[in-house]
Design a protein around this ligand. Sequence first.
Ligand SMILES: N[C@@H](CCC(=O)N[C@@H](CS)C(=O)NCC(=O)O)C(=O)O
Length: 280
Amino acid sequence: MTREAVSRASVGQDRRVPVVYHIPVCPFSQRLEILLELKGLGGHVDFHVVDITRPRPGWLLEKTHGTTALPVLDTGEGEVIKESLVILQYLEDRFPEPAVAQRDPYRHAVEGMLNAMEGSFSAQGYRYVMNQDPERRPELRQGMLDLYARLDDFLMRHNPSGTFLFEEFGLAETVYTPFFMRFWFLEYYEDFDLPQVDRYARVRKWREACLGHPAAKQVTREQIVKLYYDYAKGMGNGALHPGRTLSSFVFDPDWATRPWPPKDKYGHAATDQELGLATG
Ligand SMILES: N[C@@H](CCC(=O)N[C@@H](CS)C(=O)NCC(=O)O)C(=O)O
C-alpha cells in the first residue's frame, strides 16, 4: 500500500475529527502540520486560526482553562491537549501509520534525547532576536553557536555520516525544522549564520536537509522576516512597540504585499507606514 492509502485506512476507522487551534505562523503549530504532511493526513485534522493580535475568545479560554498558549488540540470529543510535543505524540499514537517517530525503543529514546534539547535551542534564538542591547550581541551569538555545537555533537555521536538523525526526516526533524526556519530572522536582523567550519558541518548538513524537505513548506523566509519584525524590536506575541498601532502579525494587509522591513533593529524603529501596515 502507498503511504496515502495507509493513512486513509487508519483515518477511515476513526470518525472523530480532531481540531487544532493555532496561530498560523507559530513554530509549535508548524510541527503538527509537518507531522500530518508526513503522514498524508493534511485534510484529516481541522485547523482553526486564532488571531494573536486580539484577546483570546471566551469559548477558547474555556477549553484551555484560562491558559493562552497555542496550539491546543481538541480530540473531537471535547478532550483538550496542550503542548506541541505532547500533541505530536498523541497524533503519532492515534494515526500510527505511516510511522514518523521511531518504533524501536532505543531509537525512540535517542530522538527523545535530541528533542529534549529543543527548549533551550528555541529560547536562545528568541532571546537573541528580541535583544535590544547592542553590547549583548557577542554573548548571544556565542550562546547560539554553543547550542548548534551541542546538536552537532549529538548527531556526530548517533549518525556521523548520515544526513538526518536516522535514515529519514522523522520526529526530531519535525520538532526542529520550524525553528531552523524561524531563525531566518537571526540571519536578517542579526547577521547571524553558522560559520562555514568543520565544527558545525554535521548540524549544518542536517539543517539544510530539514529546510529543503517537501513536508516543511508551510512558511517562507520572506513571511518570517516580515511577520517577526516586532520580535526584532523586543515585542513578542502580538505586543506593540510605542508609536505603533498595528502588530507585524496582523493578517490584513497581507504580509506578501508589505515591503521588507529595515534590517537595522538597533538604530531604527519602523512606523506602521514603513512596514506597509497602515492602509489609509
Ligand atoms: N511549549 C508550548 C509553547 C507554545 C507557545 O509558546 N505558543 C505561542 C505561539 S507561537 C503562544 O501561544 N503564545 C501566546 C501565549 O502564550 O499566550 C508548545 O510547545 O506548544
